[in-house]
Design a protein. Structure first.
Length: 119
């Protein structure tokens, strides 16, 4: 079992920045992929950024150039630095961990944190 706890989000003005952090209950070196997803009002949950245990990253087109995902193996955290925030970034942001077991892979989710971008 993996427990993920996201940092508290909040209200940010357009053009502002915010850093999200997600703490894992297990050594993240054992997790092949960590990521951030978001779900806006009336929308499905979609990936924002993912990072593999090799360090490789992928970003949604909406996040490229503005968001940066990093993992801190020493602290067992995955972080999302968000810059130049826009109102359309408003959503609940979820931390995700993909873990491989001999029996197959499993996804784990945090409870989510609300980010509102508004003036």
């Amino acid at each position: 079992q993996v427990q993920l706890v996201e940092s508290v989000g909040g209200l940010v003005q357009p053009g502002g920045s915010l850093r999200l952090s997600c703490a894992s209950s297990v050594d993240i070196k054992s997790i092949y992929q960590l990521g951030w997803y978001r779900q806006g009002p009336g929308n499905v949950r979609r990936p924002v950024a993912t990072i593999r245990n090799t360090g490789g990253t992928d970003y949604a087109k909406s996040a490229e150039g503005r968001f940066t995902i990093t993992r801190d193996n020493a602290k067992n955290t995955v972080n999302l630095q968000m810059n130049s925030l826009k109102p359309e970034d408003t959503a609940v942001y979820f931390c995700n961990a993909g873990v491989s077991y001999t029996s197959g892979s499993k996804n784990y989710w945090g409870k989510g944190t609300q980010i509102t971008v508004s003036s």
